[in-house]
Design a protein around this ligand. Structure first.
Ligand code: NAP
Length: 278
């Protein structure tokens, strides 16, 4: 029977670190980290994430401002706002909630964010540096995944790591992070043949598909570390990609949904803005 990796518990450790960092800066009369989060329109998921960011920033003493723009805002207005925030010395991190309304070109807008304030790693500069192994902001979800794997105490080096999913926000960056840790990485996707066979050889299995219950016990190697990134709402409940009970029996460590990866991401975002100052 595997052990459950508690995302909330891991997040708490980082939150304590952030809170004491902020306290120290206040005591030394230094600038308190400040995040500005921009949302365009009224996407429900983005609003939930925005409220979550505000709640956690308030709790940790980090300054937070949300700017909610009308769904019909012009691209030029969003760009002007980002330029203003780039120049504002009191702002350390700019978070642009995605998705944007259809009439806005995401690339045009995200590319304006100053590299030094791009805490969610949306710009070409940060992404390029990240994949070249240079110092850069690491996107929050992949970072959460790596921290959760490390929290098990296993040595990632030399492990056979299988990532299912190749999106720019999860699959590709987490594969790169695993490679940085010297795992042997295989990236699978919708055209992969023999997925079950490949997964059943994984020492570390990361599933980022978005198909609830897609990964059954047969996909899991005995003693594997299993990370479920998938989050799909089914009958009002959040479901992961992995059949939890089946995988729990075979794995050494497994993340639940909810309470696993998702419980870490906002904390990692705030950690990113603090690290830029320490
Ligand atoms: P995405 O862009 O839709 O990517 C899904 C990936 O799954 C694609 O690469 C796709 O392959 C692959 N895939 C689909 N069907 C497959 C199959 N039958 N076999 C193998 N691979 C298959 O999604 P995403 O943005 O990466 O997100 C993935 C999941 O993670 C979603 O449930 C999302 O809600 C969740 N998520 C959670 C967090 C969190 O904090 N917990 C953060 C971000 C995302 P192709 O490339 O070939 O289409």
């Amino acid at each position: 029977m595997g052990q459950i990796i508690d995302g909330k518990l891991q997040a708490k450790k980082y939150r304590e670190k952030i809170a004491s960092f902020v306290k120290e800066r206040i005591n030394n009369g230094l600038q308190i980290p400040c995040i500005v989060s921009i949302m365009v329109g009224n996407d429900g998921g983005s609003m939930y994430y925005l409220e979550n960011q505000k709640r956690l920033c308030d709790k940790l003493g980090v300054k937070f401002q949300s700017i909610i723009l009308n769904e019909n805002s012009a691209e030029s207005d969003i760009i002007s706002l980002i330029i203003k925030l780039n120049e504002d010395k009191n702002v350390n991190g700019i978070m642009l909630q995605l998705p944007l309304p259809r009439h806005i070109n995401e690339k045009n807008v995200t590319s304006i964010i100053s590299e030094s304030k791009d805490i969610d790693s949306l710009t070409y500069e940060n992404t390029g540096k990240f994949y070249r192994g240079e110092k850069a902001f690491v996107p929050c979800t992949p970072r959460s995944i790596i921290e959760l794997i490390k929290s098990t105490g296993i040595d990632i080096a030399g492990k056979n790591a299988i990532v299912i999913g190749r999106s720019n926000i999860v699959g590709k960056p987490v594969s790169q992070l695993l490679l940085n840790e010297n795992a042997t990485v295989t990236i699978c996707h919708s055209k992969t043949k023999n997925l079950k066979e490949i997964c059943s050889k994984a020492d570390i299995l990361v599933s980022a598909v978005g198909n609830p219950g897609f990964i059954t016990g047969e996909y899991i190697k005995e003693g594997a570390v299993v990370i479920d990134v998938g989050t799909t709402v089914v009958d009002g409940k959040l479901k992961g990609d992995i059949c939890f009970d089946e995988a729990l029996n075979k794995s050494a460590f497994i993340t639940p949904v909810p309470g696993g990866v998702g419980a870490m991401t906002t904390t990692m975002l705030i950690l990113n803005v603090c690290e830029a100052l320490w």
